[in-house]
Design a protein around this ligand. Structure first.
Ligand code: AQP
Length: 343
């Protein structure tokens, strides 16, 4: 029996997809697949518009993320892979949810504060309202589980809260309350240049992250240059406290090798970071090379990728339209003519 009824998640096509997106998100989607009844994976291109002004790359980035999903193990014959902008019901539900979202809730969103920085008066409304559109991305499918990295937990909680107020308004449970699924060990992969900042597509330094399309030499160079401290590896994880870069590198190694940090501390105790870096480089290359090769192969044929996205959008649209009809009805809106005909 499936543990997860309907899983939905997505990634913004904002730049180079990286190891944090893989370990924090996609790897977990693949692991959950065998216990999931239905899966939908979106490339959230409309969210990308809130922070990216370089629209010439948006469609290529969208295909690259689709290629990454497939290369990492998402089977497009079993899961719907699609672009958010191909399913208009997301933005329609987004508007309805805007009308239920108190500003106080949005003011608490830490990602807006991080992304808008000190100049929040100049930030766009889309960036401020993005958690509500993300709630719509989830609720339009009545998704039950949302696998994300730690940074997105607050947004999934907002989606739960919005589902709750909408259900109250409708006087019945239109939406299930979606649950975030956050991998314990890889919830937050940190920058290779600064163990206190999240690895992120928008970091200006390419050396802060491993891209899924990096070749072996680039991976080796980035790990060689990764920031570490001068102490040797301790015998227990407790002694890693206050050593963010050391913890991050060992955490990445542990996730890729399916070992615990305890085991790695025992294995490397007393050694310098150069031996860990060598082992980490080897495992990154062996784990990421098949993904990179498959992505490059898929990207050679963009028409095929587009076909996969259109097929995914068909599945997504049919689910979303059905739920949107129910939402419109719960809100008391006059039925649309196409919805009348289907009755
Ligand atoms: N460093 C990370 N560690 C663990 N998980 C991460 N995720 C992102 N970075 C890390 C998870 O990847 C999924 C997709 O993220 P997103 O692209 O939708 O937005 P984001 O979280 O804002 O990702 P980035 O890479 O930091 O992009 P930019 O720089 O454009 O904002 C999510 O599940 C996220 O948790």
């Amino acid at each position: 029996m499936s543990v997860y009824q309907r899983v939905l998640s997505g990634i913004r096509p904002t730049g180079h997809i990286h190891l944090g997106n893989y370990l924090g998100a996609i790897h977990n989607w693949v692991r959950m697949a065998k216990n999931t009844k239905e899966q939908l994976f979106c490339i959230v291109d409309q969210h990308a518009l809130t922070t990216v002004d370089d629209s010439k790359n948006l469609s290529d980035n969208t295909r690259t993320i689709a290629a990454a999903y497939i290369a990492c193990g998402i089977d497009p014959n079993k899961s719907a892979i699609f672009a958010q902008s191909h399913v208009p019901a997301h933005t329609e539900l987004g508007w309805y949810l805007n009308c239920f979202a108190p500003l106080g809730w949005l003011n608490r969103m830490t990602q807006f504060k991080d992304k808008a920085g000190k100049n929040s008066d100049r930030a766009n409304l889309g960036l401020y309202a993005y958690p509500v559109l993300m709630a719509a991305d989830i609720l339009i499918y009545k998704a039950t589980h949302v696998p994300v990295g730690e940074d997105q937990k607050q947004h999934v909680e907002l989606a739960r809260d919005l589902a709750g107020v909408f259900n109250n308004h409708a006087n019945y449970d239109v939406f299930p309350l979606p649950e975030p699924i956050i991998p314990k060990e890889t919830a937050r992969i940190m920058s290779l240049r600064d163990g206190l900042s999240k690895m992120s597509k928008s970091d200006l330094s390419d050396y802060s992250r491993i891209h899924l399309l990096d070749d072996s030499d680039t991976i080796a160079l980035k790990i060689r240059k990764a920031k570490t401290d001068s102490d040797s590896i301790p015998g227990t994880p407790k002694e890693l406290e206050g050593r963010p870069e050391a913890s991050n590198l060992l955490g990445i190694y542990a996730a890729l090798s399916d070992q615990t940090i305890e085991t790695l501390c025992v294995r490397f105790e007393g050694q310098t970071f150069s031996s860990v870096k060598q082992a980490l480089t080897d495992i990154l290359i062996s784990s990421l090379t098949p993904i990179r090769e498959k992505m490059l192969h898929l990207l050679q044929n963009p028409d095929e990728l587009d076909k996969i996205l259109y097929k995914g959008a068909e599945t997504a649209n049919s689910l979303a339209e059905q739920n949107l009809k129910e939402v419109r009805n719960a809100l008391g809106l006059l039925p649309r003519i196409d919805q009348l005909r289907k009755v």
